[in-house]
Design a protein around this ligand. Structure first.
Ligand code: NYM
Ligand code: MG
Length: 206
């Protein structure tokens, strides 16, 4: 028995961080050991570079090298994720491999090329994508535009890239247009609840 790995994905300002926090609290309230990880993890050596790149829109780095940095940033935490899951800690990740592929794919890099550096990383048991049909609901939120990538045309492209994961067995879309934080949370809970008592198979990998 091991704990499940749960990923929450979405565009910038889609409410991911609010929802991951609420999910973690709910799991803690039901007496589960749980750990929240967020990617990019900006505090590591590689994460600091990524943080600079995102905040300084003039920072020059090729799309390929940035892509590999984001992947390397996940590999920095691979051991930790495996340890946690093995020790019965539910791991919730706020963005993961899917964001890596979708954001670089939106710049024109090929899907398989983007996925390759993450092959071998633990695969989530449940991945939930917070999906907006009305993009205006995201791009008009406060704070939107502060970092690189936060512009509506680019976000539309990212959204189209996320669609490529719809065939993945762990993938679930939740439509969030016009829904309250509580409504979205309840839908997330319905997807997560079936796995919180643990998973019988080994940790799967991409
Ligand atoms: N991002 C995130 C990527 O481009 N590739 C990745 O692999 C990951 C994990 O970083 N605009 C982008 C998506 C976001 C940005 O994430 C920072 P956040 O969740 O906004 O802090
Ligand atoms: Mg952001």
């Amino acid at each position: 028995m091991r704990a499940p790995l749960i990923a929450i994905e979405g565009l910038d300002r889609s409410g991911k961080s609010t929802q991951t926090l609420k999910l973690v609290r709910r799991l803690q309230d039901s007496n589960r050991s749980v750990k929240l990880l967020k990617f990019p993890e900006r505090t590591t050596a590689i994460g600091k570079l990524i943080d600079q790149y995102l905040k300084d829109k003039k920072y020059k780095l090729s799309d390929e090298s940035v892509h590999l940095l984001f992947s390397a940033n996940r590999w920095e935490l691979q051991d930790k994720i495996i340890d946690l899951l093995t020790n019965q800690y539910i791991v919730v990740v706020d963005r993961y491999v899917y964001s890596g592929v979708a954001y670089s794919g939106a710049k024109g890099l090929k899907f398989q090329w983007c996925l390759n550096p993450d092959l071998g990383m633990p695969k989530p048991d449940v991945t939930i994508f917070l999906k907006f049909n009305d993009m205006l609901q995201v791009t008009t939120r406060s704070g939107f535009g502060e970092e690189r990538y936060e512009e509506s045309e680019f976000q539309k492209k990212v959204c189209a890239q996320f669609k490529k994961f719809e065939g993945f067995s762990e993938w679930h879309n939740i439509n969030v247009d016009n829904k309250s934080i509580e409504e979205v949370h309840d839908e997330i809970w319905n997807l997560v609840e079936p796995v919180i008592n643990g998973i019988n198979n080994d940790i799967q990998t991409f």
